[in-house]
Design a protein around this ligand. Sequence first.
Ligand code: PMP
Length: 396
Amino acid sequence: MQLSSLLNRFNEPETLKMAKLGRELRAKGIDVIDLSLGEPDFDTPQHIKDAAIKAINDNWSHYTPVPGFLDLREAVCTKLKRDNNLDYAPENIVTSTGAKQSLANAILALVDEGDEVVIPTPYWVTYSELVKIARGKVVEIRTTVENGFKTTAAELEAAITPNTKVFMFSSPCNPSGAVYSKAELEALAAVFRKHPNITILSDEIYEYINFVGKHESIAQFADLKDRVVIINGLSKGFAMTGWRLGYIAANATIAKACEKLQGQFTSGTCSITQKAAVAALTGDLRPSEEMTEEFTRRRTRTLELVKEIPGFKCFEPEGAFYVFPDVSAYYGKSDGTTTISNAADFSMYLLNTAHVSSVMGDAFGEPNCVRFSFANSMGNIEKAWGRIKEALSKLK
Ligand code: PMP
């Protein structure tokens, strides 16, 4: 049997691979602490669950409109006005089975063979693979720990060519935790003004998990708004990863294109989830704020523990729930059996020796770094970093 060549164009997500390896060790009875996956460990807030239960009892059991129920798209508009002071109409909104699908829709709607998509490193694993699926070309802008993992106007300008079709980034960033300020976005906006054919994909899924202040969207610049596709979803901010609800806000042409694509792939997302999402987007935000308060405490503790590890160069995350240290100081070191040559070796060594799972930075376009989540209980965070410290002390 010959599978399609499409499958050779992209990789399976490294994040899911590591989680799978961790699960396999756990099945053998080993106490593995999972710092690899990116999802809140909290329960979905009660008022959202109640709305879902009501939707089941009210028999919301039929196919849904492809872009989502009208009341859900109105709720997204209400949220965008309330949180971001942005004006959108329901025709600008397409909801989906997650921000991942929304990103896929947008890339497939915009990128043709050979089109260049500029992405600052480090970036979320799926970005580059979606571009490859669309036969586009990934153009990386390398950012570093030293510059806060953010791209500058000059670097952006240098990466743009006549073939650039899309610029995509996340703020807060998974995996680095970088959060762009309004002034930093304004500097990038000035570059985009000179290149009117570039569409900007702004992934804002970690919007609520921000440790440094107000979330800023690049769509706030009125003259750019029509070229920005906001990607967002309920997974992170409302602890709803399994419910599968993402959305875009974009100009009506892009929204229609995404709807057309989605109409052949999945149709509208789950009816129950959509009704619950209305409650999430228009309801009390206090539970989400409480989650961020807990992430703030865990971030502080994680950074204290990371400081005890010799050799790490670690940026203090401004948002999201990861630390992403440069671990290259360990390259060439060995415990007598295993020698660490790269971030993948480092990550595997920690899984096998400390029984802590992490994700190697290669997957995020940053080969010297490793991502550790702090979306885990304080007890597990303490235990995991204790074990990591001990395992690394054996490397000479
Ligand atoms: N964008 C980023 C930056 C993410 O980290 C994730 C999830 N890990 C997603 C999008 C996808 O989220 P969803 O669960 O809504 O598909």
